[in-house]
Design a binder for this molecule. Sequence first.
Ligand SMILES: [Fe+2]
Length: 165
Amino acid sequence: MNFAAVIGAMEQVFKDVPFGIEHTNRVLRNAEMIMDGESTPEETRVIVLLASILHDIGAVEAQRKHGSMAGHLQEIEGPPIAREILNGAGVDAAMVERVCFIVGHHHSPEKIDGIDFQIVWEADTLEALLHGSERSDPAALLEKVEGNFRTSSGRKLAKECLGLL
Ligand SMILES: [Fe+2]
């Protein structure tokens, strides 16, 4: 497993879009903080880290091919790019499939089927809420947190970051 290679490949994809790298790094950091609070097992931890690094990897290709970074287009374009990066980094096949499933559904919370996907969802949703239109509406924020965050450390982190405690 070569995390540095995966991070390097992500930075290469986003070389003309610095926001993509910054956003990815924030999601990665959120995911790490949530996992520290949840005592996440090692294999799950690796999947979450890889999926966090690659979750938006289809955005640039979606824009190039379709002129849009809409979520469902990112979900289509992301997995083939993620698969190539992960195979190049020597990640085992089952893990590649799981990470690609999360990348391919990361705008579709109804597809969340495990704690790994849930943590990536929370880490990314926190960034959306920090920069979203509900930012100045505590009641709306609280509703979003209650509706989207299932892990206790994710809920706590979100409330802290959003000033809801
Ligand atoms: Fe994201």
